[in-house]
Design a protein around this ligand. Structure first.
Ligand SMILES: Cc1cc2nc3c(=O)[nH]c(=O)nc-3n(C[C@H](O)[C@H](O)[C@H](O)COP(=O)(O)OP(=O)(O)OC[C@H]3O[C@@H](n4cnc5c(N)ncnc54)[C@H](O)[C@@H]3O)c2cc1C
Length: 316
């Protein structure tokens, strides 16, 4: 039997869940959310540190919420609870452990390819984010030190010498969290942390003043090597230093392979879409971080979901 839905959403992050909730609120049904991970919101689960403060106006982007979802500042845990409640309340169909490989336009709607089969849907919204592939440095990571190079805080313990690479909100939050129990440096190619939100700027200022974090500003790395089981970092000024671990917090990448495999055109590192978030493929939409060059926010994703649901509903 062919599985057919009116609306299929690929990725159960904030934008995907919002699209489903808003579509449901507008009277649509027969909606399916497909998520490759074991639970919804893999980005929040994996990349947010425990008890992280979650800002509605992330990176200082002030967003007025348009839809029916009332999202507020909170913590990692309260935000995940919030999305649990949204999904439970509407009894939305969320299929986890299901990675979508590509979407192919058919005469009527789309065929969505997953391992071992396919699902059909009239409209499809792609909300797979950018953190499936976190940005990696363009210099080589020697295999012998791979286990000491991180893109989240998983595997970071106590009593170690750690360098965080990056200067945005995520990098600062990682560094401030780690410095309670470790000797922490933060390596940033710019001269100030002014791109971060005011709270994080205040936190890093305090941590630097108290000697808890050593800032390496206007500093770039040229190469990593392995030396005596440590990570040897070579900097552009010719100096080098040994660390137990490095944590990179330098954003995510556009899933270009997925987009091109589904016929979605990309321009300037983003999928092409119109004001309703419809791509060059009629009936195929994109929402959330995937539409942003350097990362969006939860609130922005919620608004994209609302706009798409309204547009699809109006199509009748
Ligand atoms: C460390 C960090 C801290 C942050 N702090 C904040 C904050 O305080 N406030 C804030 O508003 N924003 C914050 N953000 C940004 C926020 O997390 C993102 O803007 C938001 O998660 C984007 O939502 P999304 O739904 O577009 O994508 P995501 O949340 O990335 O969700 C995408 C989902 O799609 C799934 N997926 C991917 N590929 C496939 C596939 N092929 N098939 C099926 N499923 C797939 C993924 O597993 C994931 O669950 C932070 C980001 C990071 C990295």
């Amino acid at each position: 039997m062919e599985e057919r839905y009116d609306l299929a959403i690929i990725g159960a992050g904030p934008a995907g869940i919002a699209t489903a909730i808003e579509a449901y609120a507008l009277g649509m049904s027969n909606i399916l959310i497909l998520e490759k991970d074991e639970n919804h919101n893999a980005t929040i689960r994996k990349f947010y540190k425990d008890n992280k403060r979650v800002d509605k106006d992330w990176k200082g982007q002030k967003v007025e919420l348009d839809g029916t979802i009332y999202f507020m500042d909170g913590t990692k845990e309260s935000t995940l609870d919030f999305f649990d409640q949204l999904l439970d309340h509407e009894s939305l169909e969320l299929r986890t452990h299901t990675e979508v490989q590509k979407i192919v336009k058919k005469e009527e709607g789309f065929e969505i390819f997953i391992a071992g089969g396919s699902i059909f849907a009239t409209h499809v919204v792609v909300t797979i984010g950018r953190m499936g592939k976190p940005n990696k440095p363009d210099y080589k990571i020697p295999p012998s030190i791979k286990s000491q190079i991180h893109f989240t805080l998983d595997g970071c313990g106590a009593g170690e010498k750690i360098m965080v690479v990056g200067g945005g909100d995520s990098a600062i939050e990682y560094a401030v969290d780690l410095c309670d129990k470790n000797e922490v440096s933060i390596c940033y190619r710019r001269g100030t942390f002014r791109r971060a939100n005011p709270t994080n700027q205040g936190d890093i200022e305090k941590a630097v003043e108290s000697g808890c974090i050593r800032p390496l500003l206007n500093t770039e790395i040229t190469e990593l090597e392995s030396e005596n089981g440590k990570v040897k970092v070579n900097f552009t000024d010719g100096s080098s230093e040994l660390f137990d671990r490095l944590v990179y917090a330098i954003g995510g990448t556009t899933p270009s392979g997925f987009l091109s495999g589904s016929g979605i055109r990309e321009e300037d590192g983003k999928p092409v879409h119109d004001e309703n978030y419809q791509t060059n493929v009629n009936g195929l939409f994109v929402a959330g971080d995937i539409t942003q060059e350097s990362g969006g926010s939860i609130a922005l994703g919620l608004n994209h979901g609302y706009a798409i649901a309204q547009y699809i509903k109006a199509l009748g």
